[in-house]
Design a protein around this ligand. Structure first.
Ligand SMILES: [Zn+2]
Length: 84
């Protein structure tokens, strides 16, 4: 019955470490993103997608005030993450 317990313990530790790494990275990314949104606000381009230039929906901005891309462009970015 005890067989495999050590393994799942190890997996738990691994996923905990993974999570805190991810959280740290996300926190940094959020800070950067907020700064970017702020500078776009000063340029007067806030609310416009920085990729395609379309207006970002008010709904999205309400949910994510620091968004600088429309849903479509953001999804495309996230799918091809790494080559940004
Ligand atoms: Zn766009």
């Amino acid at each position: 019955m005890s067989k495999g317990f050590g393994e799942s313990d190890f997996a738990q530790v691994q996923s905990d470490r993974l999570t805190s790494d991810t959280v740290r990275r996300l926190r940094d990314a959020n800070k950067q993103q907020a700064k970017r949104a702020e500078s776009r606000r000063m340029e007067g381009t806030y609310g416009l997608c920085e990729d395609c230039g379309d207006a970002i929906s008010a709904e999205r901005l309400e949910y994510l005030p620091e968004a600088t891309r429309c849903v479509g462009c953001q999804a495309r970015r996230e799918r091809s993450a790494g080559d940004a």
